[in-house]
Design a protein around this ligand. Sequence first.
Ligand SMILES: [Zn+2]
Ligand SMILES: [Zn+2]
Length: 270
Amino acid sequence: MLGVRGSTPAPGPEFVRYGGHTSCVAVYHDGEDQPSLVLDAGTGLRDLTKVLGGAPYRGSIVVSHLHWDHVQGLPFFVAGDRPDAEVAFYVPAQNARTGRDLLAAAMAPPNFPITPEGLQGAWSFHALEAGYHQIAGFRVRATEVRHKGGRTFGYRISDESGSIAYLPDHITSAGVSNEVKDLVHDVDVLLHDAQFVEKERALSDAYGHSTVDDAIALAQECGARRLVCFHHGPARTDDALDAIAELHADDASVCFAKQGDIVVVGRGQV
Ligand SMILES: [Zn+2]
Ligand SMILES: [Zn+2]
């Protein structure tokens, strides 16, 4: 996991153990030494360049939605911004716009110096519809989830080694659709929005997010084998996250994402 924060990066000494980068998860096939799929392009994507050890990135990037905390790492991804890079970029389809135009709404002057064409290498941009896809050798199921402001997908990624569900931004208190329950059903590992805690319920609902308890309830209802609480609030210090984790220490199926964590799924890893 290259970035586990929500909303905005969290620099400073109180955030070093859980990490300050925004959402980004690199997914490996079992036995591969390089990831071929990246979920979200938050600032954590910058660290993938180090992971690749001098190699260009040749793979796919699938974003859950276009909020800043999920795309701001994209133009700073050095391993993907070089002539020998090959990247297929996927964003939820909306407003009948192309994948390129959807990204350009977030990345183009005057908001940013370059447009998507300014990225070096062979980039392709795709507007992804809900449903089943084959991406980077994984089976990828895309399902619309409730959030706020723009279309947001949750994903289930699977191969012969195992399955993960990735729902970094998702409000469950307004009801969870049967499609989302099916997306999460019996998954090996669920990475889920847990930005808030119960005493912050009003904020959580207003911003379109979930609480830790919401995430645990969804995981239990849907039979997810393990839950990784993800997309931590940017003001939630390491000590505060430790205190929340301590409340759930007796449940081995629940953990709180830390930047740099490697999660082994079946025989594969994230
Ligand atoms: Zn977010
Ligand atoms: Zn969001």
